[in-house]
Design a protein around this ligand. Structure first.
Ligand code: TXA
Ligand code: MG
Length: 351
């Protein structure tokens, strides 16, 4: 049975929230519980316990070669899990933690469950800023391994209903803290080299990182379909709604003409659009994921919109594309994966 704890407006008044203490106690007993972070909901477990971590992989149906992010509540904890902290990593932690940045460093062996880190020589660490996540980690007194709290392959959960749909009956509890903020996952940054490399674009942008520490690379696998990604998780089909999805590059008139071609063949067509274009299209289901002029709103709503299409009898989803700077690069990364790299372009030959 899965317990549900509702925590509205938690700031740091723990005495009024016995739910948080109860959730933390279950983590100490090597049970797994889902809780909100500022990016997406996480499914947490004691990162020192093989038993706890195995429950995470099992509940999600996650391949065991895909390591988990270790969540901490204070920067000084990092020393326990890594062999050294390079200067750029130190600067990044001071500036972006707590927040949506995951830093990969060389792992100190023998401390964390080897199941949690999939026997890796490195470890991914993040300090979330969401008050509920921070309180749960702090009260548990443990490093908490936490992937996104969705079934493997599904869009990450950004509200309680998403988690409940995927994991009810499979985990010990869910802390319901309402909607998450950023809406896409943390940026995963490999800091084991002199020049850090982004393995997954996310809540902290490349521009923000470079403004602080200078040159930052991007894993070639994020740009070309043919290279092997350095973050094991990036190789799996991810974020995918049930209906096949196609990204349509070009004008809205072009997208409408593509939609019409599918409809003429008898398909029920969904369109993923933005507030600015919402009234333009004619299709079977048209959903806006936010304001094109304010891409953070698109990131915030993206996964909820992908899941909304699953509630409709839709044969195909056509999506607008977004500029690949700022948070747009995380949005396009998730959309491209959701579409299985299927892109139709107005100006180039079909991919
Ligand atoms: O925002 C987030 O990061 C959320 C919340 C819950 O914190 N967590 C999350 O975890 O997105 P997950 O497991 O869904 O994604 C973790 C990503 C995967 O792509 C995984 O392969 C990569 O981080 N990763 C973890 N450890 C790694 C390592 N040692 N080396 C390279 N990639 C690693
Ligand atoms: Mg995930």
């Amino acid at each position: 049975e899965t317990k549900i704890w509702k925590v509205d407006n938690y700031v740091d008044n723990l005495e009024k929230y016995p739910q948080i203490i109860e959730a933390a106690k279950l983590l100490q007993q090597n049970e797994v519980v889902a809780f909100p972070t500022e990016t997406v909901y996480g499914l947490g477990g004691n990162a020192k316990s093989d038993e706890a971590v195995k429950k995470i992989y099992e509940a999600k149906g996650r391949p065991s070669d895909n390591p988990l992010i270790i969540h901490i509540s204070k920067t000084s904890d990092v020393d326990n899990f890594v062999t050294e902290i390079p200067e750029h990593a130190q600067t990044l932690m001071e500036h972006f933690w707590p927040g949506p940045l995951t830093i990969i460093l060389k792992q100190k062996q023998g401390v964390l469950s080897t199941v949690a880190t999939a026997n890796s020589a490195t470890v991914a660490i993040r300090m979330p800023s969401h008050p509920v996540a921070r309180a749960i980690i702090e009260v548990s007194g443990l490093p908490i391994a936490a992937p996104s709290a969705n079934l493997s392959g599904k869009p990450s959960p950004t509200n309680f209903a998403h988690v409940a749909l995927d994991l009810t009956g499979k985990i010990s509890g869910i802390v319901d803290g309402g909607e998450t903020g950023v809406g896409v996952e943390s940026t995963v940054l490999d800091c084991t080299d002199d020049i850090p490399t982004i393995l997954r674009p996310g809540g902290v942008t490349k521009e923000q990182l470079e403004a602080l520490i200078g040159e930052v690379r991007v894993d070639p696998a994020l740009v070309s379909e043919d290279s092997k990604p350095k973050a094991p998780g990036m190789k799996y089909t991810h974020y995918a709604p049930n209906a096949p999805m196609v990204l349509v590059e070009g004008s809205r008139e072009f997208l409408q003409s593509v939609a019409q071609q599918y409809r003429d063949k008898g398909n029920s067509v969904g369109i993923l659009t933005t507030d600015e274009q919402l009234d333009f299209y004619v299709a079977d289901r048209i959903i806006s994921c936010g304001k094109r002029a304010e891409l953070s709103t698109v990131a915030h709503n993206l996964y909820d919109v992908l899941r909304k299409f699953d509630q409709e009898p839709i044969d195909i989803i056509l999506s607008e594309t977004f500029p690949e700077n700022g948070i747009g690069s995380a949005i396009m990364n998730r959309l491209t994966k959701a579409a299985g790299h299927h892109v139709i372009s107005e100006h180039h030959s079909q991919k």
